[in-house]
Design a protein around this ligand. Structure first.
Ligand SMILES: Nc1nc2c(c(=O)[nH]1)N[C@H]1C(S)=C(S)[C@@H](COP(=O)(O)O)O[C@H]1N2
Ligand SMILES: [Mo]
Length: 252
């Protein structure tokens, strides 16, 4: 059975279960299997819960489509960001030698890495599509270290369920579950199309989450925090975008 029809079947099945046996039963099942996204407000965001649950029941390890070199967009579109300010300019002038990526939270060995250290880790490249919720997309080759490698190095504790990631831009932070965090295509990216990751595209470091919409691929990352809950971060819905009404889970 193709992916699409399987997906319809499972989504439909959950919806039928919700209708037939009551939302409470569906909610109890979803909670039991860890299928409730943080922005669902329990059972009151049934749309978000069904999308997330359906995706996770399909198995978290489906790959985002990869393209060929020929399909790389000639003119990738950098979505404009708010001014980065004088401190960023100082760091950039120094070739980002002073940039740090802090990795903390529920880890055996919390630490921080320089960009040079990150670049010394095993690299993976992939040609994937990034898409904005506003409708445009482009295809690029992204190079970086799998997030799973970094999580391994710091020794995340077994109860960890999410990775929260923050940007140099204080208004930009997001989180993903472990299915996406450990996914082989989720990268701490430092390269794009064979060159250093340009600043407009998030350099020096960007989290690239190709299985979700563009807004989950946060630019200028400075901190990764592993945690077993999202309640203590911001308003408790898992990200700046979810706080302003977008879905926390933006799977594509
Ligand atoms: N720090 C930061 N990360 C960000 C943004 C931003 O404004 N600041 N915009 C997001 C949005 S809405 C999208 S769609 C993508 C755009 O990626 P692009 O500039 O490579 O097209 O970056 C995301 N990451
Ligand atoms: Mo976007």
């Amino acid at each position: 059975m193709g992916d699409i029809s399987r997906r319809k079947l499972i989504t439909g099945g959950l919806a039928v279960a919700a209708g037939a046996s009551g939302v409470a039963v569906a909610a109890r099942l979803a909670r039991r299997y860890g299928l409730i996204p943080p922005d669902s407000r329990g059972i009151y965001g049934p749309g978000e819960t069904l999308t997330y649950a359906a995706q996770r029941l399909l198995g978290g390890h489906a790959m985002a489509r990869e393209f060929t070199r020929k399909q790389i967009s000639e003119k990738p579109f950098a979505n404009e960001v708010d001014p980065l300010g004088p401190e960023f300019a100082r760091l950039q002038l120094g070739g980002f030698a002073d940039w740090r990526l802090v990795v903390d939270g529920m880890a055996a060995r919390p630490t921080s890495f320089s960009v040079a250290e990150i670049k010394s880790f095993p690299v993976r490249s992939q040609i994937t599509m990034i898409g904005c919720e506003e409708g445009w997309t482009y295809i690029a080759e992204w190079t970086g270290v799998p997030l799973s490698y970094i999580l391994d190095r710091v020794g995340t504790l077994p109860q960890v369920r999410y990775v929260v990631y923050r940007s140099f831009q204080p208004d930009w932070w997001e989180s993903i579950d472990m299915s996406d965090a450990l996914h082989p295509q989720t990268l701490v990216a430092h390269g794009m199309n064979g060159a250093k990751l340009p600043v407009p595209f998030g350099g020096p470091l960007r989290l690239r989450v190709p299985r979700q919409l563009g807004y989950k691929s946060v630019k200028y990352i400075t901190r990764l925090t592993v945690t077993d809950n999202l309640e203590s971060f911001g308003k408790g819905v898992g990200g700046a975008n979810a706080e302003s009404g977008y879905a926390w889970y933006a799977g594509i």
